[in-house]
Design a protein around this ligand. Structure first.
Ligand code: SAH
Length: 303
């Protein structure tokens, strides 16, 4: 999964209508603006520390960063932008929208400063392991094709995600700040096979064309919470994306944009519905926040 995704992201921009899948920031500017507003508010309620940096994990086209930073800059935040991204193709896209950023290969490389961090659909792209009756399920070659080594009742875990979340948490404990993690997945650890491949906006066979489809697996928010727990860090309960965006004021933002651009009113309402409705992205996608105990809890979350 890691090898396939690293080739996949290194060789294309998979986002948007002409690509393989569409993410929340690509649906509407309202998404990034509300993430930016939540970070700006948290920063201000934490005393506006001047050495704070904006950081993002797996920033895609840089759309979320650009939309969030527009709001952050208006709030008086002047800190630098640090992006954790391994794909050269995605780095080039990000440079078009956030030209003054600094890039890193891993969370450990972020400078020792308080964070205002966002990670949207980053964890789902990190590799998972699958287990059947205590044995790790592998991939082998059978008749010139890739095949799973076993079938049965599957449990998944993800050391790669756990260590990314733990690295983030330890940075927050040491240097302060807050992080919003947004992804699709389930509230509680449970058995099941959630590995999926998406290509051209449709599900594909995960083993069919290695490196040519987006491989993801549902994020286990209970596992994320476990991995995030560290002295000096507070982890909030998760909130469904629709609930969080409504709490943050997407209705007001949508109305303001529609008033300014009346010809776009229907498109804005459709985007809000796509992001918030339970039958669309509103329930499956969830947010949790991590923050240093010396920082305020971001808006929209219960402790
Ligand atoms: N956050 C963006 C893009 C999500 S796609 C959005 O919401 O639109 C996943 C992103 O994570 C891509 O930018 C991909 O190149 C990056 N990525 C995948 N694996 C990574 C890894 N191990 N380290 C850093 N970035 C990674």
């Amino acid at each position: 999964m890691e090898a396939c995704n690293s080739y996949y992201y290194a060789t294309r921009d998979p986002l948007g209508r002409g690509g393989d899948f569409t993410t929340a920031p690509e649906i509407s500017q309202m998404f990034g603006e509300l993430v930016g507003a939540a970070l700006a508010d948290c920063w201000q309620r934490s005393g506006s520390p001047a050495d704070t940096i904006y950081a993002e994990l797996g920033p895609g086209r840089g759309t979320l960063a650009a939309d969030a930073l527009r709001v952050l800059r208006k709030s008086g935040f002047e800190g630098p932008v640090h992006l954790v991204e391994t794909s050269p193709a995605m780095r080039a896209e990000q440079a078009r929208r956030v030209p003054d950023a600094t890039w890193h290969d891993s969370i450990a490389e972020l400078p020792p400063a308080p964070l205002l961090l966002a990670a949207n659909e980053f964890l789902d792209a990190l590799p998972v392991r699958q287990w059947i009756a205590g044995t790790e399920r592998g991939v082998t070659i059978a008749r010139d094709r890739l095949a799973f080594t076993a079938e049965g009742d599957i449990r998944e875990d993800s050391p790669a995600r756990d260590s990314a979340v733990a690295a983030l948490s330890s940075h927050l404990a040491r240097h302060g700040g807050c992080a919003l993690i947004i992804d699709y997945g389930h509230a509680h650890s449970a058995p099941g096979d959630t590995l999926q491949a998406v290509r051209g906006h449709a599900f594909a066979d995960p083993l069919a064309d290695p490196g040519e489809a987006d491989l993801t697996a549902h994020v286990d928010f209970e596992a994320v919470t476990r991995a995030a727990r560290a002295p000096g860090v507070q982890v909030t309960l998760f909130v469904p994306q629709g609930t969080w965006l409504e709490r943050l004021g997407i209705a007001a933002r949508c109305a303001a944009l529609a008033a300014a651009h009346p010809h776009r009113a229907a498109e804005l309402a459709a985007a809000r519905a796509r992001l918030c409705d339970g039958a669309q992205m509103g329930e499956l996608f969830k947010l949790i926040a991590l923050h240093s105990i010396n920082w305020a809890r971001p808006a929209g979350f219960a402790p």
